[in-house]
Design a binder for this molecule. Structure first.
Ligand code: UT7
Length: 368
């Protein structure tokens, strides 16, 4: 039987920082309110050239570098996002092309802020089934594009960023141990981006009514989140045959410090067991868990053999948790030079486009 080990991890956030003081010049708010109610001090905002796929590509390359895996060895790419580049094509296919993952299948997954946990679980299941060996899982967001910058209830919360894991099959036990995924669509209206899909396609009226912006019942989401975080963490641990005493680190979805506090109280665990970096990035939705994990590892809070639980909640409503034994970096014999692969990917993509143009011309002349 194959186990799905987390062998690579990477993150990328835009350079531009938006502080609480900056926001106080845009809406009726202030640093003290935002910090005390959310824990957030600043967040990152994508520039015009950056997009969900470009952030994802950067995070993916970093994760492949840690795993020392060639993009051509990937079998599957799953990109979780609530701010995909388009309804279609999938952001995953754009990433596949940009990194030169020549033999990988690719699809997007939509489960809002819980998406990375769903995507990790899907990747791990695909490895366990024996159908694939190397999977790239990315959580990426540019939610700043969907925020109403005049709505102080939502614009203070969200930030842009991307995080990625590489999952690899190994016969050695470890890696992803268990997961629990939940959904309650009856709460769909608590957090929604109403227009732009098939229910309300873009019209002048939907734009005028601001239906392409995030709408949120903050208190409703808050109550739901504080109910499910501790419960889902326990469920995932139980399913893995573990107890709270085995837990080394919880990496929760970074939405609000008060929600993480409530989860810690619910589990009767000290805050030291929780990774928190929302003060610097705000809520990056599905990207928040992999970004926090990368920083936990880099800060020495996650070591090979540690038991970690990733736990999140979000629109849908969705929530879930995944328990894993942290595998740590694998020994490297010869370093993969990812710069060359990126160049190869760019050239390959260009050749494929040109070939498609030539094919179209020939088809027009000789085809039926
Ligand atoms: O990934 C999932 C994404 N969503 C979430 O995680 C959201 C979860 N919910 C929350 O994090 C919190 O509900 C918020 C941070 C959104 C709001 O905090 P709250 O403690 O629930 O505040 P509130 O909505 O009850 O508002 C309290 C007061 C209100 O004024 P009144 O009615 O008491 O006079 C608001 O109008 O604070 C006011 N307020 C603000 N004041 C300054 C709301 N937003 C702001 C603001 N600055 N940005």
């Amino acid at each position: 039987m194959a186990y799905a080990h987390i062998t690579g991890w990477g993150m990328f956030v835009p350079e531009k920082i938006l502080t609480n003081d900056d926001l106080s010049k845009m809406v009726d708010t202030n640093d003290e309110w935002i910090r005390s109610r959310t824990g957030i001090r600043e967040r990152r905002i994508a520039n015009e050239e950056q997009s969900s796929a470009s952030l994802a590509t950067e995070a993916a390359i970093r994760a492949l570098d840690v795993a020392n895996l060639k993009p051509t060895e990937l079998d599957l790419i799953i990109v979780s996002s609530s701010s995909p580049e388009h309804i279609f094509p999938s952001t995953a296919s754009l990433v596949q092309d940009r990194i030169g993952a020549t033999k990988a299948g690719a699809f997007d997954l939509s489960a809002a802020c819980t998406g990375f946990i769903y995507a990790l679980d899907m990747g791990a299941q695909a490895i366990r089934s024996g159908s694939v060996r190397n999977v790239l899982v990315v959580g990426t967001e540019t939610l700043s594009r969907f925020v109403d910058w005049t709505d102080r209830n939502t614009c203070i919360l969200f930030g842009d960023g991307s995080g990625a894991f590489v999952l690899q099959a190994d016969e050695k036990p470890g890696g992803v141990l268990s997961s629990v995924l939940h959904s309650d669509g009856s709460g769909g209206d608590l957090l929604t981006l109403p227009a732009g899909g098939s229910r309300f396609p873009a019209t002048t009226a939907t734009v005028q009514d601001g239906l392409h912006f995030i709408q949120m019942d903050g208190k409703g989401v808050f109550r739901f989140a504080t109910r499910v975080m501790a419960r889902a963490t326990k469920e995932a641990l139980e399913k893995a045959g573990l107890g709270l005493e085995d837990l080394d680190l919880v990496v929760p979805h970074q939405a609000n410090m008060r929600i993480i506090d409530a989860a810690a109280r619910g589990l009767k665990l000290p805050m030291e067991k929780f990774m928190v970096n929302l003060d610097r990035y705000g809520n990056t939705s599905t990207a928040s868990i992999p970004i926090a994990t990368v920083e936990a590892f880099e800060g020495g809070r996650l070591k090979a053999g540690d038991t970690v639980v990733f736990v999140g909640f979000g629109a849908g409503l969705t929530w879930g948790a995944l328990a894993a034994e942290w595998s740590g970096p694998r020994p490297v014999e010869r370093r993969v030079r990812h710069g060359w692969y990126l160049l190869f990917a760019r050239v390959r993509s260009m050749i494929l486009r040109v070939m498609r143009i030539i094919e179209g011309m020939l088809w027009g002349r000789f085809g039926r």
